[in-house]
Design a protein around this ligand. Structure first.
Ligand code: MG
Length: 389
């Protein structure tokens, strides 16, 4: 079997959330589906896949590791971590989909088989930095989320802040949290905790926005909320800054959506900087790399909880890994988007409340519905392709 072509599509059934899908075609009529969606980067990713295509067309799609290593090493001067690992992810997921279809097996059965019957999710309520969202909105959303069958919720309770010197500039975009801003965030979290009760698992995402002093002050103020984790309290580049936050707070920390491949995780784990890790399967190097990062974390007794705020293929790739990873917490989702996923998928994955259920369908077990998704196609040259909300 040979790879004959790679096609990319930007599709957006939700305005402001353009997803980037990858289809790897073969000479035996089997097509593999992948995803490498990122925020605002659709046109770059489409161009990137087009650029690496020549390295992949003509290869045997069963040579997943060879293709992974070839793309990673070929572009080492760009660093394989980040843009290149996004490209690898889209192709790697599609190659695993092809492998499963060829063997007639769901991918999770090829990764070692299930260690659980189904995969638990955590989901989101809207973040406080969205314009006009109030504490009452957060409380209502949290109650509705429990009614929808979920028991673990993440939110970002911090409004957009200015830097300490005033207005944002390109050179000073790391945010400063005033005591008042921290107070507003605590009001938000206390209201959510009150609404959902002590049993519901809560997480706070700081989106890598804050300077060290702000991250420490907010972390200390959040300790009483009894969070599962405090996510990306500082920007991703400095592990020394992260260590300072860790040593100055008593709150579990999760990092990883902006860290790519096993190479970024070695120092994070060895220096004991995290309690949970959260690689994104469409950014960190696909199914192959998610499994390697999970194994890397296992001897440190650190759980993995794949980041996923993207489209329906990404979540299914994460689902197959999550079925078979022992040191797993939950798979992230935006459950309110599932009806939009169904508009462009046939078959769609099977979910019920906080669970995604396995099927015996081969490969990923989902496919793009080419009958319906044309309506949602986005021109890579358009402004919409770079949109994000
Ligand atoms: Mg996050």
């Amino acid at each position: 079997m040979k790879i004959t072509d790679i096609k990319t599509y930007i599709v957006s059934p939700i305005p402001g959330s353009p997803w980037v899908f990858v289809e790897v075609e073969t000479d035996e009529g089997i097509t593999g589906l992948g995803e490498c969606t990122d925020y605002r980067s659709g046109p770059m990713l489409v161009a990137g896949i087009e650029a690496v295509k020549a390295m992949v067309v003509g290869e045997d799609p069963a040579h997943i590791e060879e293709i992974w290593q070839r793309i990673f090493r070929q572009y080492s001067s760009l660093s394989g971590r980040g843009f290149i690992s996004h490209l690898i992810s889209g192709i790697d997921i599609a190659l695993w989909d092809i492998r499963g279809q060829v063997l007639g097996q769901p991918i999770y059965k090829l990764l070692g088989g299930p260690v659980r019957d189904r995969v638990p999710l955590y989901t989101h309520i809207q973040d406080q930095w969205y314009d006009g969202v109030t504490i009452d909105d957060a409380v209502a959303a949290a109650k509705q989320t429990l009614a929808d069958g979920h028991d673990a919720i993440k939110t970002d309770p911090f409004k957009w802040q200015r830097s300490l010197t005033g207005e944002f500039t390109g050179a000073d975009r790391v945010e400063y949290l005033s005591p008042r801003a921290i107070g507003e965030a605590i009001d938000w979290m206390d209201a959510v905790r009150e609404a959902v009760g002590p049993e519901t698992e809560l997480m706070v995402d700081a989106h890598g926005r804050f300077d060290v002093a702000s991250a420490i002050a907010a972390g200390r103020a959040l300790e009483h909320v009894n969070l599962i984790w405090y996510e990306e309290p500082v920007p991703p580049e400095s592990f020394k800054a992260l260590r300072q936050v860790r040593e100055s707070t008593d709150i579990p920390i999760c990092m990883g959506e902006r860290h790519f491949t096993r190479y970024d995780y070695v120092p994070m784990l060895e220096e004991r900087l995290v309690d949970f890790i959260m690689p994104d399967i469409s950014w960190t190097g696909g199914i192959s790399e998610m499994m390697r990062i999970a194994s890397l974390a296992e001897p440190f007794y650190v759980r993995i909880s794949p980041h996923d705020a993207l489209g329906p293929v990404s979540i299914m790739a994460g689902f197959h890994c999550s079925m078979t990873i022992p040191n797993f917490y939950r798979l992230e989702c935006l459950h309110t988007r599932f009806p939009d996923f169904a508009k462009i998928m046939d078959p769609m994955f099977e979910y019920e409340g906080k669970w995604i259920n396995p099927t015996d369908r081969p490969g990923l077990g989902v496919a793009l519905n080419h009958e319906t998704f044309d309506e949602f196609l986005v021109d890579p040259a358009s402004e919409h392709a770079r949109a994000f909300r």
